[in-house]
Design a protein around this ligand. Sequence first.
Ligand code: FE
Length: 207
Amino acid sequence: MSEIFGFPADREASSAAKVRALEALLIEKGILGSDSVDTVLRHFETVAGPFNGARIVARAWIDPAYKERLIKDTPAAIAELDLPVGMTGAEGEHMAAVANSADVHNLIICTLCSCYPWPVLGLPPYWYKDPVFRARGVREPRAVLREFGVTVPESKAVKVWDSSAQIRWFVVPERPANTEGMSEEALAALVTPESMMGVALVAAPHA
Ligand code: FE
């Protein structure tokens, strides 16, 4: 995405180097324990991440009644599934799902900063916080989506959802073709974080 929003190519690497230097300094000063950062990283690798969102989407695809409950009362529907603890914790308050359909494509954004449903999607990617993405995403969502590789036909509405501390949105993408008979687990493996942000579609599996 860096080429779209004009980040230097080494931005992630240089941020990571700064974080490592800061971590080392904080450990040296006794402010952080030596395993504090690893504990937080492990949380986002095993407890809160897009693997949860993918399971929610897969269930919604195979169970229309579940999908209906998910849209109507997202936290209650999420609580039905056996997901890791903490689904209502930090940045998980007031999550709400919106479903793509033949008539509507949804895009999530945070125009103010970078509000994002951590428990189901993990931490937001770099570009989600970019002021250009946040401004253009609401002004010209179709153009921005095209740059991401998603061309939404004029016959289909585009809805942009502005996440905030009050509501954190995520998208239930459309189930791709040729997935009849796939297991819930196999379906979940198709679902990407980008598809749950609305900047990508879920690709049909190779035949
Ligand atoms: Fe925000």
